[in-house]
Ligand binder design. Structure first.
Ligand code: RP5
Length: 165
């Protein structure tokens, strides 16, 4: 893989999604996977969405991760407009705590899949790890980085509980 060309496109519906989606970027960086981040709203910037989806395949992106909140149409629309695998991160909304985002993202009609992750930060981190697993199928360096990440994660879990804080 060309380490400088982004392999993962991270798209979010609003600047307000960045505190969550930055965890996707950080996790990909830990794994040495180049990515790009864009703000594109399915509802507020539909032309930007169309333009991005038309060119992602040509630029060599392999996976798209889309974070959105409320009526979270973004990942579904990207899945409709590109052949790339699309992972969705439901953003924790203020009023309904992300249940709105989760349900609107996960309930795709048959034929247009979105791999929907957990609400909020765990989903943002897991989307990066899942993208790494997909890319790792054909990239031994990424597969090794992911194996290392998981080994470190396992080593960091104590065998017995400490004092409750
Ligand atoms: C969605 O609406 C965004 O993904 C965001 O989670 C939500 C609220 O956006 P802002 O009003 O904070 O810009 O499109």
């Amino acid at each position: 893989m060309d380490a400088t060309a982004p392999a993962v496109g991270i798209v979010m519906g609003s600047q307000s999604d960045w505190p969550t989606m930055q965890h996707t970027v950080q996790t990909l960086e830990q794994l040495g996977i180049a990515c790009e981040a864009r703000i594109i709203s399915a509802h507020r910037t539909p032309d930007r969405l169309g333009a991005y989806c038309r060119e992602v395949g040509d630029r060599g992106l392999k996976v798209i991760i889309a974070g959105a909140g409320m009526a979270a149409a973004l990942p579904g629309m990207i899945a409709a407009l590109t052949p790339l695998p699309v992972l969705g991160v439901p953003i924790e909304s203020e009023s309904l705590k992300g249940l709105d985002s989760l349900l609107s993202m996960v309930q795709m009609p048959g034929g247009v899949p979105v791999g929907t992750l957990a609400i909020g930060r765990p989903g943002a981190v897991n989307a990066a790890l899942l993208a790494a697993a997909v890319i790792g199928l054909s990239d031994p360096e990424v597969a090794a980085a992911l194996a290392d990440y998981r080994a470190k994660q396992a080593a960091a879990v104590p065998e017995t509980p400490g004092e409750a804080t």
